[in-house]
Design a protein around this ligand. Sequence first.
Ligand SMILES: *Cc1c(COP(=O)(O)O)cnc(C)c1O
Length: 399
Amino acid sequence: MTSSASPAPTPRPVLNRRLAEFGTTIFAEMSALALRTGSINLGQGFPDTDGPEEIREAAVRALRDGRGNQYPPGPGVPELRTAIAAHQERRYGLTYDPDAEVLVTAGATEAIAAALLALLEPGDEVIALEPYYDSYAACIAMAGGTRAPVTLRPHEGSFRLDLDELRDAVTDRTRLLLINTPHNPTGTVLTREELTAIAELAVERDLLVVTDEVYEHLVFDDAGHLPLATFPGMRERTVTIGSAGKTFSFTGWKVGWVTATQELTSAVRSAKQFLTYVASGPFQYAIAEALRLPDSYFEEFRADMRVKRELLAGGLEQAGFTVFRPAGTYFITTDIRPLGETDGFAFCRALPERAGVVAIPNAVFYDHREQGAPFVRFAFCKRTDVLEEAAARLKTLGR
Ligand SMILES: *Cc1c(COP(=O)(O)O)cnc(C)c1O
């Protein structure tokens, strides 16, 4: 009876090794904490008011008229693909064939996943700007790739890319640069010089580029959004990702898109067709209309968000934080060290009890967690009265 002597085998974990490190997102934990403590939730970045009424009505009309209620075409409805191509042409002078070079996705999230799943071989290295949006690391892992973070570091009031560090990060195994501008969570908008250097590196080392530009319309002051695909040699190697969620304040509709060469678009589509296949049928028609809104919509949206940025940034400064005023996005990264704090995780877990506000520790966006430890992110895409109340609550922190 030798078998009775052998120890019981350790059960294999049900979650596979590729995803084991990711756990549940911090947003779930912090949103639950906000609910439990009645705190103002400046953690997750979704607006607390819906986008334009006429666009909401356009979605209702599409539903009623039976447009998009059944599977839409795999690449997206032609009306939306045409509107996306027209938007890229009108804004940036980038021409894409709506039939072959535009792909509609279930938000930017699916575009990121499909691009990485389509373009990476197991073992390929991906350079991403750290801190990074949380889905990047998980999608690189699901694709079997390896991430190589290049850290944006505080410099004179904003987080900047060290171009030498970027160049040094490229190895013979590097396949792809994953760029995000305007950048979440730091609010950095990459400059012409930085983008030129990225483009030159990509050409020199023959790298593919995936660029997440979902905040393209949220740039402030004299910062201007420059799509990477407009730089020399980039159109043919760049997958550009956009989304309606942030620009039109309909984050629940999950309408995103890819623009790229026919070869790259077709590759991304190969993965996308087995993820959702299609999504958001009626909303696609509504977003086609949204993309054609006059410039005044985009200007007012930006001006409105700029007022909100000033309101929250001012409140955070008065409360004692060091504020990195964002040039883009609707997030403010702060440094908590002037408050006598060093650990953003502990600070964010205590903040709801201390001040009735929820924020996100930037460390969750880092591989080098210690680099992000003193930074905490607040979202300002909220109603003015909500931001005023949050600012008033935060002021009690210094006392
Ligand atoms: C919100 C966000 C996304 C996801 O966009 P969806 O269209 O909602 O999927 C992708 N990238 C960044 C940087 C974001 O902040």
